[in-house]
Design a protein around this ligand. Structure first.
Ligand SMILES: [Zn+2]
Length: 221
């Protein structure tokens, strides 16, 4: 037994809560999906391998080094932890990474329909930087290398024929990106199915939202 130290109990609990939310919304199936949070001292705490995200306990979490080696935990980390590390290494401001398989997002990532319009304020606010990574075997070194190459500055990463990765400066931000992405894809799907055409935001509306976003993220205006 090699339990995680008590000082990480709170973040471990937080991960179980977001994992349950991800499962209950149908964003993951079987053992799919994983969540990690970057701790100080270049360590990562993450969900374990081969487990449903619907019923995790804080003691199931695993702490790994930045090289992917396990440090604490009674379980093994997900093999996809390497892709999380690639995201953290390419984006130093990333503090949490969520990987999921939300059905509407996947339905776009499984076809050539990308890219699609960002139609709402939430979508424009949270989904501005996206990249698409071709299908590469999940959990492989090749996939981590490709993600590291492509995801610099992109907080939303679509994996072809696989799923979605989002990151944030906190777990809440990463989660909101996942929700905003799935919602945008769902709405796009509904409009398409009805044979309708979306009304896009005007340039002026887009600029106002960009301004609001810049002040939220403290970017120079
Ligand atoms: Zn996956």
């Amino acid at each position: 037994m090699n339990p995680i130290p008590n000082e990480y109990a709170e973040v471990a609990l937080e991960i179980t809560e977001y994992s349950r939310m991800m499962w209950s919304k149908g964003y993951v199936e079987a053992n799919g999906g994983n969540i990690s949070v970057r701790l100080s001292c270049d360590m990562i705490i993450s969900t374990p391998t081969m487990e449903s995200k619907g019923n995790l306990k804080p003691e199931d979490m695993v702490i790994s080094s930045f090289e992917g080696d396990k440090i604490y935990g009674n379980r093994a980390a997900s093999s996809e932890i390497k892709t999380h590390i690639a995201v953290y290494k390419s984006n130093p401001q990333a503090k949490a990474v969520i990987h999921s398989h939300p059905p509407y997002t996947c339905s776009f990532a499984f076809t050539d329909s990308l890219p699609f319009n960002l139609m709402s304020a939430e979508a424009l606010f949270w989904l501005d930087k996206m990249c698409v990574v071709p299908f590469i075997m999940p959990g492989s070194e090749d996939l981590s290398n490709e993600i590291a190459l492509q995801c610099k500055g992109s907080s939303v990463i679509l994996l072809r024929n696989h799923g979605l990765i989002t990151w944030g400066e906190g777990i809440k931000e990463a989660w909101w990106r996942t929700e905003a992405m799935e919602s945008n894809c769902k709405i796009s799907h509904i409009i398409k199915e009805r044979g309708d055409t979306p009304v896009n935001l005007s340039e002026r509306e887009r600029l106002s939202l960009e301004k609001l976003k810049d002040s939220y993220f403290n970017r120079p205006q």
